[in-house]
Write a protein that binds this ligand. Structure first.
Ligand code: PLP
Length: 484
């Protein structure tokens, strides 16, 4: 080896070693980051739920990435100003829009440990302990959902990827390929989450016949209509193969009649995929469990720990009853499969989803469950159900407000009937004014052709005082708009 190489190595090594901070640097960096996080959490109660911005923002300057490094204080200042201030604050108790996510502190500590140890949870051989832990969580979720203990499953980045894994498994199990796609029929309601349509398209099933099954007055799938559609399609020589039902729809929080849908799925040999990204974890509380009856009869089920278990974003899950079908659809090498599917050998997460290298997601989920126990999760979920009912009841007492159906879970739809003028325009102005106010964040949707407001309760930080605040903001804002 020429001397020049040794010389170059001597130059490079001390620079490359800067990637590993010294114990002293580590203490400073971790101290500053923990201080930042603590200050955020200490102020969180009083931070706005939403900070409106006029158009796109400049954000963190591009010059922050260059040959000269920033100090930690400067980096945190940039973060505070350009990232943590503008827009929606999903950690806020006042986040009552879309489907709120979580952000449990214990989960953040799990991420910290998973990132520092960098355990590779993709393949059993590499980290049997990490993979076992993820499967333990899958087994626990199966028990929550009423699935058999030997169901397969995996932790994903979220519900969208989980829906894709379920649909790809169903596709391969039913052999829906090539020319058959155009005769293959999928059943779902107009309130199925758009990630299901996206998954169908990504899975090469965009050409399937899609039947939008009518809904009843409570935005639940009309099972009799599903039966009639499947029957007509089968008689016409089409191939009904998949029904996607919601255990908590995003728009209305409605639970489709899962038992009746399961009966029909059995009758026509359909794969039943239940999207419980939002609602499935409500099975943890006695109050909601009966309403989710039938969920356990599905072939595949999506549940999002970053929704119903209050984890930070980045945690979805999918369970599949037919273990073999899930492996067949996702394993990446036939010879490897042999071991993975052999009795007694744990299948690797990499054989159960599109991912290979993936974060050790199990730790962020296990640590909060282990450190807190299940009681606070059950209590928080039941609290959310009751808060939604409380809001539904109270908003009706404010003159001018009309409400949607009594919530199945924790979403309430409502709108204001103005004294004069166009109701849709008024409600659009109302939601804009609430965003400008920022104390709470609500979102809107279009249902049955009408502009409606939604209140979705799922942040673990939302308690009764937040719902009272939302009622106050609505009352005041309407009065102001009516006066102007
Ligand atoms: C949130 C949601 C999804 C999508 O999940 P992500 O985790 O956002 O990818 C799918 N279905 C339902 C019902 C949802 O509420």
């Amino acid at each position: 080896m020429p001397d020049a190489v040794f010389e170059r190595l001597t130059e490079l090594e001390p620079i490359a070693r800067q990637l590993e901070p010294s114990p002293e640097d580590r203490a400073v960096l971790a101290g500053r980051v923990v201080d930042y996080a603590n200050s955020f959490l200490d102020r969180l109660r009083d931070l706005p739920a939403f900070v409106a911005t006029a158009g796109p923002i400049a954000g963190i300057p591009a010059a922050s990435i260059g040959e000269t490094p920033l100090g930690i204080d400067e980096a945190l200042q940039l973060l505070a100003r350009h990232v943590d201030e503008p827009g929606l604050n999903p950690a806020s108790h006042g986040h009552l829009g879309y489907i709120p996510g979580g952000g449990l502190f214990h989960a953040a500590l799990g991420d910290y440990l998973a990132d520092v140890t960098n355990r590779y949870a993709g393949v059993s051989f590499a980290s049997p302990g990490a993979v076992r832990l993820e499967h333990l969580l899958v087994e626990w979720m199966a028990s929550v959902a009423g699935y058999p203990a030997d169901a397969a499953g995996t932790l994903t980045s979220g519900g969208s990827l989980a829906n894709l894994v379920g649909i790809v498994t169903a596709r391969d199990k039913h052999g829906v390929t090539g020319g058959e796609v155009e005769r293959a029929v999928v059943y779902l309601t107009g309130h199925a989450h758009h990630s299901v349509d996206k998954a169908l398209r990504i899975a090469g099933l965009g050409g399937c016949v899609v039947r939008r099954v009518p809904m009843d007055a409570r935005y639940r799938m009309d099972a009799a209509a599903l039966d009639a559609l499947a029957s007509a399609d089968a008689s016409a020589g089409l191939l009904p193969w998949l029904v996607v039902a919601s255990a908590g729809s995003t728009d209305a929080g409605a639970i489709d009649p899962l038992d009746a849908v399961a009966d029909i799925a059995e009758r026509y040999g359909l794969w039943l995929h239940v999207d419980g990204a939002y609602g499935a974890f409500f099975a943890l509380c006695d109050e909601a469990r009966p309403r989710l009856a039938g969920m356990a009869r599905s072939d595949s089920l999506v549940m999002d720990p970053h929704k119903g278990l209050f984890l930070p974003y980045g945690s979805g899950a999918v369970l599949v009853k037919d273990r073999r079908a899930m492996l067949d659809a996702h394993h990446y090498s036939a010879s490897y499969m042999q071991d993975a599917a052999a009795p007694g050998v744990e299948p690797s997460p990499a054989d159960l989803s599109p991912e290979l290298s993936r974060p050790f997601r199990g730790l962020r989920m296990w640590l909060p469950l282990a450190l807190l126990g299940l009681a606070p999760f059950r209590a928080a979920l039941e609290e959310k159900l009751l808060l939604a009912r409380y809001f539904h009841e109270r908003i009706q007492r404010v003159p001018g407000f009309d409400v949607g159906p009594e919530p199945d879970l924790s979403v309430v739809m409502f709108r204001y009937r103005p004294a004069r003028g166009d109701a849709d325009a008024f409600n659009a102005a109302l939601v804009r004014a609430i965003h400008a106010d920022g104390r709470v964040f609500l979102s809107s949707s279009r249902i049955g052709g009408h502009f409606v407001l939604r209140l979705a309760v799922l942040s673990f930080r939302t308690h009764r005082d937040t719902i009272d605040l939302a009622l106050e903001v609505l009352r005041d804002t309407v009065a102001r708009l009516e006066a102007s």
